[in-house]
Design a protein. Structure first.
Lengths: 401, 401
């Protein structure tokens, strides 16, 4: 089996450059009226040209039938087996709002909720209060210090927020306070290992203080915490691949994931053109670029077939500039499929193309789900994309004599 | 997962015959002028006929993006996972010059080098002395006996030779004397485990004796040793597959690899026709033949597209005679790709065809990289070739009731 250890042994630095262009949620399903997917509907002359001179296939981010979240989808693209490299829910949520989680920190997901006078939860989501309201309440809770542990509280969306406990090395083995049902009281947070006693005590005190502070803010008069976890320690791409990798992403979650594997985060704007411009401006400083396009996934999640088509067409236009930089390897893929007809992530394999001077072109002439079935890369695990890109950039030594 | 243990459980002897024809470095890349690979350029009516009535696919010797050396490439073809079945560098080099390495032996790779009066290495390769000169010097060092251990020294090429220490069971856990740089003295060989103390002492004495013997042979006035290792113990093909396997190879490295997995080595000549004739002459004595053709790889390594095409055409011609023997299973593949445009081994998957009365033919009508993409075998690990060949020879029992 090809392991990261093997790749680390074989990888060597070189002046060649790799661009990994991730169109989030790229894969789709046919529109009932036309029988064509979003990608098949979009006019994509540049992607089609790359497909014609490159090699195509369909990648499985996690495995057949498995619908990936954003984290496993991206970890696979970076070459990390998404089943063994796990990120706790609290840590992932903190990463998702660009919180700079430190090694000793413990993060938890939080909900504002409604509690009645008897102390029972009547609404786990506090009537889905607005993000503005939630932001205001988070400010009331943020910055408490309990037994020398500082508690950070940051809004996420509507009733959702994150809490991060910082102060020495805290152990996260405690249960959720969120009972995941209404009509009962919040659970007392208890340690499941002796090392976590300290965090359990502090988290319970924090919940009690929050209850006092929020008492006049009905319906958001209490909090629920879950998914206590630490920032995972992953081997860095710099060490495995000997790359100088950079990430360009307008959404915090993807910057956070890139940071976890040791990429440098480049500041960028919010549009597709901004992101491509950032790549051009930083082209000489790095030899690997992860360029993340969020819009296709958002449109798919909204069930907006036409908008997803438009995002793909915008990426195709911006691609011309990237191609003119002549990177040694260009990979275009997604972290999973998000068919508009399903209004969510799906398990379908993801159209993937790889272009390099040294790829073996197949007979695929256009970039689409249907064409990729007949591609030279075949159907393959997304974790193979990085070794393939590295090989095509002539950055991997021969294995064995 | 399919393991050798499972195959061993299911395998049974039978009168059917399998021929595994390995065209070393078979896979290629398109010639810039024609867009066709070496195999696509070659006129191969016999291979095309086999492809049409057989089933085709693309095999990965080690894995996506991994460029295999000859040893891992062949181990995969014999059904052994090339990442877990490892061969030490010294042992591989000894095998490569057809040295009959015994279980207790320790082999090391050697270089003649140049040392100055202060004892510092000034040229790690002794000015790349000729193979003739090196052969002569090896004769001076060969056959020394130190503490009841006999030291064999055999030339490889130019400044390179092998040393084999024989005498009881020697432990190979010692460091290289080769410091891999110039301007420093050769390293003293030290044991990294107590069991290896004896070998370390003997190897140091050997280096000292070599220095004395070579003192008048400047620039080759010293030796450097590295990669101390023993012959690995692999389960034999006779036991796993219950076959009577024979190897036909004009190059010593491939005979050595075949010997490691328990094949009988058949004497043969140097031409492709010689090798096919050897198969015909021994056809009744074995039920498995590994027939190795070196020329395609050598041509690819030399960047000689036309010569590689010619070698493939020669194999195709010789194939007619093999087909007329009506083997039950014929597999044609390579141990890796060696595209002439890359002048070396590469990571690209290898065109593979399997013909038997019981294969399920696909729609592939010609043997080529592009056609194999659409083959019924799909894209698959090369370690699956042996189980497939065994099944098609009706030599594997049903698994489970």
């Amino acid at each position: 089996m090809i392991t990261l250890e093997l790749i680390k042994e074989l990888a060597h630095p070189s002046p060649t450059r790799i661009v990994l262009l991730v169109i989030d949620g790229l894969g789709g399903l046919p529109h009932p009226a036309t029988g064509k997917t979003e990608l098949e509907t979009a006019r994509t002359p540049n992607l089609d040209k790359l497909a014609a001179i490159g090699v195509c296939g369909l990648s499985d981010p996690v495995g057949s039938g498995i619908t990936p979240g954003s984290a496993p989808g991206h970890l696979a693209l970076f070459g990390y087996d998404p089943v063994s490299f796990n990120i706790g829910r609290g840590a992932l949520e903190a990463i998702g709002v660009d919180f700079d989680l430190q090694p000793g920190d413990v993060a938890a997901r939080g909900n504002f909720c409604t509690m009645d006078k008897a102390g029972l939860i009547t609404d786990r989501r506090a009537g889905r209060i607005s993000t503005e309201k939630s932001t205001e309440l988070c400010r009331l809770l943020d910055g408490l210090v309990i037994e020398n542990v500082k508690v950070f509280v940051r809004p996420v969306q509507e009733h959702r927020f994150i809490t991060v406990f910082r102060g020495g090395s805290l152990s996260p083995e405690v249960n959720d306070s969120d009972p995941q049902q209404e009509g009962v009281a919040p659970r007392v947070i208890a340690a499941s290992s002796p090392e976590a006693d300290r965090l359990a005590g502090i988290a319970n005190q924090f919940a009690a203080r929050a209850q006092t502070i929020l008492s006049r803010h009905h319906p958001a008069n209490m909090i629920l915490l879950r998914g206590f976890s630490r920032r995972p320690h992953f081997p860095a791409m710099t060490e495995i691949y000997k790359l100088k990798p950079a990430a360009i992403a307008s959404y915090p979650m993807y910057r956070g994931l890139a940071r976890l594997v040791g990429m440098t985060i480049l500041e960028t704007g919010t549009s597709i053109e901004d992101e491509f411009r950032t790549l051009t401006q930083n082209y000489s400083n790095h030899d690997f670029f992860f360029l993340h396009i969020k819009g296709a996934d958002s449109a798919g999640e909204d069930g907006d077939f036409t908008r997803k088509v438009r995002v793909i067409e915008q990426v195709d236009s911006a691609l011309a500039g990237l191609i003119s930089l002549e990177p040694d390897v260009i990979v275009v893929t997604g972290d999973h499929s998000t068919p508009a007809v399903l209004k969510g992530h799906s398990w379908h394999p993801v159209p993937t193309l790889l272009y390099s001077k040294w790829c073996r072109p197949d007979r695929v002439k256009e970039f689409s789900e249907a064409a990729c079935v007949a591609g030279g890369l075949g159907r393959f695990p997304a974790t193979q994309i990085m070794p393939l890109a590295m090989a095509n950039a002539l950055k991997l030594n021969k294995f064995g004599a």
